[in-house]
Ligand binder design. Structure first.
Ligand code: FES
Ligand code: FES
Length: 175
């Protein structure tokens, strides 16, 4: 048995028929073909699958696709605009906030959400804000540095960056 699901991903509307048990992360990767959202633990512990739903960071392995019906989803593929990296992506690159990169899409989505909520977080606030994301490679120091760097970059362009982040989630539906 399948069920209709209609959602807007990175500003584009999709209509599909899915099994009610299909997790959002599997829908994004296997139905929508957006493999930038990673899956590792499948039990809501690692954060590799983090996306934004209506602008809020959510672990997409903890949500059924049908629960996202009618919502706006932003994935890592939706952060860059017109070939320009989102400031958080740029900062992770410049500060080497990754090694193997498997956890990186989830960290970037979570960090972008954190900076939207708190434009100038302390070390402690970064640790708390990203505690749902696990990295097995970096030791977290460069990730913390990247978030601070992104915060500084965004402080001069807070409105634009914030609009970019929410914009891909809230952009008008395209057919
Ligand atoms: S795959 Fe979703 S939290 Fe690990
Ligand atoms: S960079 Fe390898 S798991 Fe984080």
């Amino acid at each position: 048995m399948t069920q209709p699901v209609a959602l807007t991903i990175n500003g584009r509307r999709r209509d599909d028929q899915v099994e009610p048990r299909l997790l959002l992360v599997h829908y994004l990767r296997e139905v929508a073909g957006l493999t930038g959202t990673h899956i590792a633990c499948d039990t809501s512990q690692c954060g590799a699958c983090t996306v934004l739903i209506d602008g809020e960071a959510v672990k997409s392995c903890s949500v059924f696709a049908v629960q996202a019906n009618g919502r706006k989803v932003t994935t890592i593929e939706g952060l860059a605009e017109n070939g320009t990296l989102h400031p958080v992506q740029q900062a992770f690159w410049e500060e080497h906030g990754l090694q193997c990169g498997f956890c990186t899409p989830g960290f970037i989505m979570a960090a972008a959400y954190l900076l939207q909520q708190n434009p100038s977080p302390t070390d402690e606030e970064i640790e708390r804000g990203l505690e749902g994301n696990l990295c097995r490679c970096t030791g977290y120091e460069n990730i913390r540095r990247a978030v601070h760097s992104a915060a500084r970059a965004m402080s001069g362009a807070t409105d634009a960056a914030s609009a970019q982040l929410v914009g891909s989630a809230a952009a008008p539906v395209e057919d």
